[in-house]
Design a protein. Structure first.
Length: 153
């Protein structure tokens, strides 16, 4: 018999920035640095963590100015991927943006981020453009795919 664990969501503060950076280093090919993550704690940012049994499994960083919100990063530890936590965390981010008065949620994703792009499309995001060669790769560069979700409040 498999027991399904219930994820818990919590607003994060800078004291967990090292844990966030560690998870990002495991999950992303080009993760945000610790110093960059540390700049994402302030009045315009909300960082949300997803926990299972008290252990941080992933996080999202939301930046919001008036009616425009941007998902700066969303990350699930590799050991916890494929369990629906990314989807649940994204839904929590969307709800947080709506509660903050956002009308549109923006994000960008690497062209190679097939699973991430599928998640965003599943949750209603539409592709709105591309930044050619925006992200560095091991052998050159790849496009950033720009996406947005119009929020109903």
């Amino acid at each position: 018999m498999t027991v399904e664990l219930t994820p818990q969501f919590s607003t994060l503060d800078i004291t967990v920035s090292s844990e966030m950076a560690h998870i990002a280093s495991l999950a992303h090919s080009h993760p945000m640095s610790l110093s960059t993550i540390e700049t994402c704690f302030g009045s315009l940012y909300t960082s949300i963590g997803v926990y299972l049994e008290g252990e941080l499994q992933g996080f999202a960083i939301l930046h919001q100015i008036f009616e425009d919100a941007t998902l700066m990063d969303i990350c699930i530890a590799p050991k916890s991927q494929g369990r629906g936590l990314g989807h649940l965390l994204l839904l929590h981010v969307i709800a947080t943006a709506c509660e903050g008065g956002a009308e549109t949620l923006f994000l960008e994703v690497r062209e190679s981020g097939v699973a991430a792009k599928a998640l965003y499309i599943r949750d209603g995001f539409k592709e709105t453009g591309r930044r050619k060669g925006y992200y560095k790769t091991e052998d050159g560069s790849e496009d950033a795919i720009l996406m947005e979700l119009h929020l109903s409040r």
